[in-house]
Design a protein around this ligand. Structure first.
Ligand code: NAD
Length: 373
């Protein structure tokens, strides 16, 4: 927020692969709210990834870092893909998305999974399994095996090689994300399922002990259950409607949310928010982005589903811009567009003709116009 005003800054970073394609549609939708609802929001584009590297020799040029640091929120697309091998590993490593999230201390990754009745026909799961699915995966994002040291690939005395990573969690890391999840459950149906691998991993044992202790001390009214991650992987496709808030660590949350995407109809449907701690002024750093990656297999074809990115705008409206009614309006517009038959290739019924990425953007903007009048 600019000093002395309530003007907010949102950085828009398309990134790589289908990132720029879907983010363009999300930006159109956000611009609609800024214009129609007179939201005090400035949008600033920032370069990240292969194109940025080609232009400046840096994956995250200093200009982009400045935009990120001045932002109240970041709307991000995606990163990765085979062609990005043009970027030397060292330049890439300096500024991975993981490092940007870490530099902003984004520890809570929020991934809502909501089924759309309009998509039941096209879904790989039966309608009775999809009925009433509405849950949120809270994934710890700043620690665990993706960051643990030591890590590396070493050559052993016999000439063979050994790759190794470290899973580690401190009580503070577990407690802050657990508190976030308990508080979220309090605002929903009051149920929290904590997922771990306490039967074989020490980090899982500690995770469970901390969650149990916090439950007893601070959140006794929440219905707390525990599940091993292998069972959870089965349950998110077997009976996803049983969940309200699911709390889990970094790698488990990464994997479980892709599995849960089957219930939502496609990976392209899922939004996310990555949130940091609340500071003294009540603000928190945040990145809003679709759950999917750069989808190199369809990048540049104009066929990617932009709904994950567009629903990330709804999360931004709700969680950073403080506009819950606008967020609900946008979610309704997405449901209406789907109910009206809007389909990209990933969610189309067999034999039907899919629309383009921008066609889906048009359909959602049309639905917004209709709802607003
Ligand atoms: P992916 O999410 O990019 O794609 C998986 C599958 O889902 C692909 O078949 C893809 O075409 C499809 N898909 C994904 N998004 C879609 C959309 N919006 N519309 C239609 N179909 C969609 O995962 P991947 O293939 O495992 O990874 C590709 C690259 O993305 C890798 O370099 C990976 O590291 C990176 N990645 C980045 C992020 C991120 O930016 N946050 C997340 C995951 C993976």
């Amino acid at each position: 927020m600019s000093a002395g005003s309530n003007q907010m800054n949102v950085a828009v970073i398309g990134g790589e692969g289908i990132g720029p394609e879907v983010t363009t549609q999300a930006r159109r939708v956000l611009s609609w709210f800024i214009a129609k609802r007179s939201l005090p929001v400035d949008l600033t584009e920032a370069a990240y990834g292969l194109e940025a590297y080609r232009a400046t020799g840096e994956v995250l040029p200093p200009e982009s870092r400045k935009v990120i640091d001045a932002a109240d929120a970041i709307l991000f697309g995606a990163t990765g893909g085979a062609e990005t091998k043009e970027v030397p590993i060292e330049a890439r490593k300096k500024n991975t998305l993981l490092k940007i999230r870490k530099s902003l201390d984004l520890f809570a990754n929020v991934r809502p999974i909501v089924t759309q009745p309009g998509l039941y026909e096209a879904a790989p799961l039966k309608a009775r399994v999809l009925e009433g699915v509405d849950f949120v995966i809270v994934r710890e994002l700043s620690s665990g095996i993706y960051f643990g040291e030591p890590r590396g690939i070493e050559t052993l005395p016999d000439g063979s090689r050994r790759g190794f990573n470290t899973t580690s969690y401190t009580t503070a890391e577990i407690r802050r994300v657990a508190r976030f999840a308990f508080e979220l459950a309090r605002t929903r149906r009051g149920k929290l399922c904590s997922v771990d691998k306490a039967n074989v991993m020490e980090t899982g044992v500690l995770w469970r002990e901390e969650v149990v202790a916090m439950h007893a001390a601070e959140f006794p009214e929440i219905e707390l259950t525990h599940m091993h991650v292998d069972n959870a992987a089965m349950q998110v496709v077997y009976r996803p409607s049983q969940f309200d808030v699911m709390l889990t660590d970094n790698i488990f949350g990464d994997i479980l949310s892709d599995a849960a995407a089957v219930a939502a109809g496609s990976l392209g449907m899922l939004p996310s928010a990555s949130l940091g701690p609340v500071d003294a002024t009540g603000r928190r750093q945040a990145i809003y982005e679709p759950v999917h990656g750069s989808a190199p297999d369809i990048a540049g074809m104009g066929i990617a589903n932009p709904i994950g990115s567009i629903l990330s705008v709804a999360m931004l409206l709700r969680m950073t811009l403080g506009q819950p009614e606008d967020a609900t309006l946008l979610e309704r517009a997405v449901s209406d567009a789907l109910a009206g038959g809007a389909r990209t290739a990933d969610i189309v019924e067999p034999g039907a003709k899919p629309m383009s990425t921008s066609g889906m953007g048009d359909a959602i903007l049309d639905a917004l116009e209709r709802l607003a009048h």
